[in-house]
Design a protein around this ligand. Structure first.
Ligand SMILES: Nc1ncnc2c1ncn2[C@@H]1O[C@H](COP(=O)(O)OP(=O)(O)OP(=O)(O)O)[C@@H](O)[C@H]1O
Ligand SMILES: [Mg+2]
Length: 378
């Protein structure tokens, strides 16, 4: 548990953190959010005393951080920053092991820890441990930055805009990974961002700061519903409509396209091509007599086969995923955004194929209707 008690920080005559009181519980993910210069980084760095406070104190459990040796304090707290800060002359393994080595872990334990951590984020040891940071992408480096913070098994991790410098897709992936890690490892995390989307996605509770003051601490949903201050409201304005619109309760049947070409498994390539031509479509869905989904088939694929004597069953691709007509449109949206699939096949509850949802249909129909503007969704 981390407890800020009447914490103040001044630079010359300017108080940049004003009487901060806040308790972060064990295993909680708290996000400090607010505009640039509002005091987020300062508040974070006072926990591990990279910045010393002027008044008040911070307790970790019941220990006053001001009474712990600074270096010792910092070894026990993970810290991740935007600029990554990997040591360029150390391999990935040695970067990860900086803190365990300071803690004088045995070579065996260190080796096991590196294996375990790389595995945790799906980066095999053999391929990655002996690389240097410059041989990795920004996203991979930032992942290593997170692992390095976890390496010494600290119960607390501080993260200051850790994904701020990454492209949106990598950023989204690392956010997802961090949430999964957090569920597995139950760390206490304080995460700084000035991006409200990120705060809403990641936080158990959001702590909103403005001009050195903590204006509100609440779960993302509570903050969306009851912003305590007009400034918070304006910061969240584009999200408020999201929440209200959730009552629209869109289902797959509301957003799917029924403009599809169904063909049976025994249909010959020649016939399929001519049906495609009539319908001006370059793909079709293969079904059995009961209209049960069997696969998909594209014009390109038929042409690739060269000879046109085959039947649908032999030419089709069975990889496509299906979704129920009655499922939430949001689920279809999430699945499409997360996977490589270009579309989902919509099936009714009695198993009949009834339509499709593609990325472009859903972006247009769902996102545009529900969220109005798209810039924050994509
Ligand atoms: N070393 C310093 N000397 C003087 N003023 C400082 C110093 N460090 C920070 N400040 C000021 O303290 C205030 C809070 O800074 P802080 O870095 O905590 O903001 P922040 O919320 O993290 O902003 P950002 O989103 O831009 O990172 C700012 O007005 C900043 O200019
Ligand atoms: Mg900052």
């Amino acid at each position: 548990m981390i407890t800020y008690k009447n914490v103040c920080k001044k630079y010359d005559d300017v108080t940049v953190v004003k009487n901060l009181n806040l308790t972060v519980h064990d295993g909680e993910f708290v996000v400090f959010v607010g505009p640039s210069g509002c005091g987020k980084t300062t508040s974070l760095k006072m926990i591990n005393r990279l910045i010393e406070m002027d008044e008040g104190t911070i307790y970790i459990d019941d220990q006053d951080v001001n009474k712990i040796d600074g270096d010792q304090l910092r070894r026990g707290i993970g810290y991740v920053i935007q600029q990554i800060g990997l040591f360029p002359n150390l391999t990935i393994k040695e970067n990860i092991l900086v803190v365990p080595r300071l803690l004088k872990w045995s070579e065996e334990k260190c080796e096991a820890r590196v294996h375990e951590l790389l595995e945790l984020v799906g980066m095999p040891y053999e391929e990655n441990a002996h690389k240097y940071p410059k041989e990795m992408s920004g996203g991979q480096q930032q992942r290593i930055g997170v692992l390095r913070a976890l390496a010494g098994e600290p119960p607390i991790i501080l993260m200051d805009e850790p994904f701020g410098a990454l492209d949106p897709v990598t950023r989204e992936n690392l956010q997802d990974e961090l949430k999964i890690l957090q569920k597995k490892l139950h760390k206490t995390i304080i995460f700084v961002t000035h991006d409200m989307d990120e705060a809403i996605k990641m936080a158990d509770r959001i702590a909103f700061m403005y001009d050195g003051k903590l204006l509100q601490v609440a779960s993302p949903e509570d903050m969306l519903r009851n912003p305590a201050d007009p400034i918070i409201k304006s910061f969240m304005s584009k999200h408020v409509s999201t929440l209200e619109n959730q009552s629209l309760d869109l289902k797959c049947k509301d957003v799917m396209s029924t403009d599809i070409l169904l063909i049976t498994e025994q249909k010959k390539a020649m016939e399929i091509m001519s049906l495609m031509k009539q319908k001006e479509m370059n793909w079709a869905i293969v079904v059995d007599e009961e209209k049960t989904f069997k696969g998909t088939i594209s014009l390109q694929n038929i042409k690739k086969q060269g000879e046109l004597t085959g039947v649908a069953q032999d030419l089709m691709d069975t990889k496509a995923e299906t979704i129920l007509l009655t499922a939430d449109a949001k689920e279809a949206f999430n699945r499409l955004m997360k996977s490589r699939a270009k579309f989902l096949v919509v099936v009714s509850e009695n198993g009949k194929t009834v339509g499709i949802i593609t990325k472009s249909i859903i972006t247009e129909k769902l996102a545009n209707v529900v969220w109005g503007d798209l810039d924050w969704v994509l």
